[in-house]
Design a protein around this ligand. Structure first.
Ligand code: GLN
Ligand code: MG
Ligand code: MG
Length: 445
């Protein structure tokens, strides 16, 4: 065993771990589990654990369904809500391998992100990422089902007693910390019942693992308080939705390749080309970073979510913002369009490939837009050359189908399954009749 694997085996003994949850995500970003007794740990490291991939969304057909999970020992963590003195459950995040070729399975989202990171490495870059996932806490009804009733009426950075959820948030933070998260801040967000917890940046792969973990921990600990945590992008109409702003920087030989002391915005040419790449491919990326019908209810003017394809060093209506940085190492860009319903592995892969495309092609970055773009009319947007994001999931998938760079970012297998799943989701939505329509038309006509 490697030193890292040895350390995991020791931890299993020390913390009385009796079950190991081997985790991976399907194409839609749902965390999947295969639970094995801790006695299987050595075998899991030596030969992997075999499972039937045909029952996983977007994986494989029945006749080619044998997959193997290879646990990544660096992801070992005891699950805080499953721990007692005598026993504990721990998780390991896994890579999915194709048993017939012995190669990484091309449908594994974690593998898709690994390929994006490798491409950056070939160009000499390490990628750091930090997300800001927002979520709502809702009360449950008598049957334990989620409602959209918030359990507090706090607002941005409000303190208790209005912020009733601060106890829950504290427990969530303890849980995250016990799993190795380094929490930087947590606050009540703008909307009632809405929260945000920020954790330290890390390499892109660890950060994507962290997002998947974060969502499970938040939901599990909220449930202990009889609350339902949701990462649905826009659960309540006409107030702010939940985004997942994603901060990205590229490092080269330990130095921040996004920083330039002499630039007006402290952004290097590399950072600007990377930004230009994301702007160029934004409509197609949206299909991946904002992958639900509901995502597009968030991307409307007036609720601090971006709608227009532009970057800014100031205003928050832009798609990409350059946050103020105290030290050169902190120079970065913030993509403000992703939302927390995305598969973080695929979302980061799409952003990285688009940005690298900007660097490889040496794309020109447009000038920043400092005014509030929500207030621009069409003529003014045209004058500034500002495009609009897709306004629904169907348009986003159309854009994805027309964008080779983003399609290739996903790889053929994931791309095909993803487009198929999203087309069908959108079609299902189109044939539905919403409450809004009934309220508006039923008695009028
Ligand atoms: N909730 C907003 C969004 O949808 C962001 C608000 C904020 O972080 N200031 O992106
Ligand atoms: Mg926020
Ligand atoms: Mg932010």
């Amino acid at each position: 065993f490697s030193a890292e694997e040895e350390a995991v085996l020791e931890q299993i003994e020390e913390q009385n771990v009796d079950f190991l949850r081997l985790q991976f995500t399907d194409i839609l970003g749902t965390v999947k589990n295969v639970s094995v007794p801790a006695s299987q740990a050595e075998k899991a490291f030596e030969e992997g654990i075999y499972f039937d991939g045909s029952s996983i969304d977007g994986f494989v057909r029945i006749q080619e369904s044998d997959m193997r999970l290879e646990p990544d020992p660096s992801t070992f963590a005891v699950l805080p809500w499953r721990k007692t003195e005598e026993s504990a459950a721990a998780r390991l995040i896994c890579d999915v391998m194709d048993t017939s070729s012995g190669e990484p399975f091309s449908g594994d989202p974690r593998g898709v992100l690994k390929r994006a990171i490798e491409r950056a490495e070939e160009l000499g870059y390490d990628i750091n990422a930090a997300p800001e996932p927002e979520f709502f806490l809702f009360e449950e009804d008598e049957d334990g089902h989620a409602t959209t009733k918030t359990n507090d009426a706090g607002g941005y950075f409000d303190l208790a007693p209005k912020d009733l959820a601060s106890d829950v948030r504290r427990d969530i933070i303890y849980g995250l910390e016990s799993m190795g998260f380094d929490i930087e801040a947590s606050h009540h967000e703008v909307a009632e019942g809405q929260h945000e917890i920020n954790f330290t940046y890390d390499d892109a792969l660890s950060t994507a693992d962290n997002v998947a973990t974060f969502r499970s921990v938040v939901r599990a600990i909220a449930a202990e308080h009889e609350l339902h945590a949701t990462f649905m992008p826009k659960p309540i109409p006409r107030i702010n939705g939940s985004g997942m702003h994603t901060h990205i920087s590229l490092f080269q030989n330990g130095e921040n390749a996004f920083h330039d002391d002499d630039d007006e915005f402290n952004l290097s040419e590399t950072a600007k080309q990377f930004t230009a790449g994301i702007l160029e491919h934004a409509p197609a990326i949206t299909a991946v970073t904002n992958p639900t019908v509901n995502s597009y209810k968030r991307l409307v003017p007036g609720y601090e979510a971006p709608v227009y394809v532009a970057w800014s060093d100031r205003n928050r209506s832009a798609l990409i913002r350059k946050p103020a940085a105290r030290v050169p190492a902190a120079s970065r860009i913030e993509a403000r369009f992703p939302d927390p319903s995305c598969n973080p592995y695929l979302a980061f892969a799409a952003l990285i490939h688009a940005g690298l495309d900007g660097i490889e092609k040496g794309l020109d970055c447009p000038a920043p837009v400092r005014e509030n773009i929500y207030e621009f009319d069409e003529a003014k947007r045209e004058e500034y050359g500002i495009e609009t994001l897709p306004s629904n999931l169907g348009e986003a998938v159309d854009a994805l189908e027309e964008d080779e760079v983003v399609a290739n970012a996903l790889g053929e297998h994931v791309y095909e399954k993803f487009v198929e799943a999203k087309r069908s989701e959108f079609k299902d939505y189109l044939v539905d009749v919403s409450q809004w329509e009934l309220d508006r038309y039923l008695e009028k006509f």
